[in-house]
Design a protein around this ligand. Sequence first.
Ligand code: ZN
Length: 256
Amino acid sequence: MLIDTHAHVNSEKFAGETELIIENAERAGLDAIINFGDTMEASFECLQLARKYDICYAGVGVHPEEAFLLGDEELARLAEWSKDPKVVAIGEIGLDYYWEKDQDKRQLQRTVFIQQLDLARQLGMPVCVHNRDAHGDTMNILRKEGKGIPGVMHCFSGSLEIARELVDMGWYIGVDGPLTFKNAAKLPEIVKAIPLERILVETDCPYMAPVPMRGKRNEPAFVAFVAEKLAELKGVSSETVCRQTSLNAKVLYGIV
Ligand SMILES: [Zn+2]
């Protein structure tokens, strides 16, 4: 039992190999893969994968690096897709100041982030948040505009203080490949300090493959390496980590 809670199997890096990648995931013991859209087109591709493969679920949304002001038409389309039982979240949404240095475009990212938080609230959906080098603004927006919305801070890169605040908000911390890296910095200490009941494991594939696959194309099956590292850090069995993180994902995303 294991869930890759954040993947992009629709990526062109998997073109022509979708069946193989999904078989690999099944062989590795995964019972779900949640693919997240970063554009409207990619969101629709994730929905199509979810309709085609039992193991696939989808999140729909516009990523900060792809941010554009959402009109009524886009918001209506996201809402329509969300009605599909295999669509489990609005995401990935958030802020990315690592790639975006322009102040006007950062403002646009904040606006589009808030638009999608509002949408999630209206639809009663959880959110998957991407935050890179924008911890202050992301948390400010979540404190003000995210009230009552459940979610996960995916690919967590913040401080222990932020992790604790998110846990207090009832949120989850998503960990992936970087947890297994030698230069993982403070992340191992953070996962040791927060309850396993609040952690999700993910790959963010095709990027950021965990050790021992680092540098290769990442895929959902490799989430097992993240789970193993988490078990080692927590001093529990891999089985416990797989069972608990799967349960966490099922609770957050309402997967039965
Ligand atoms: Zn992602």
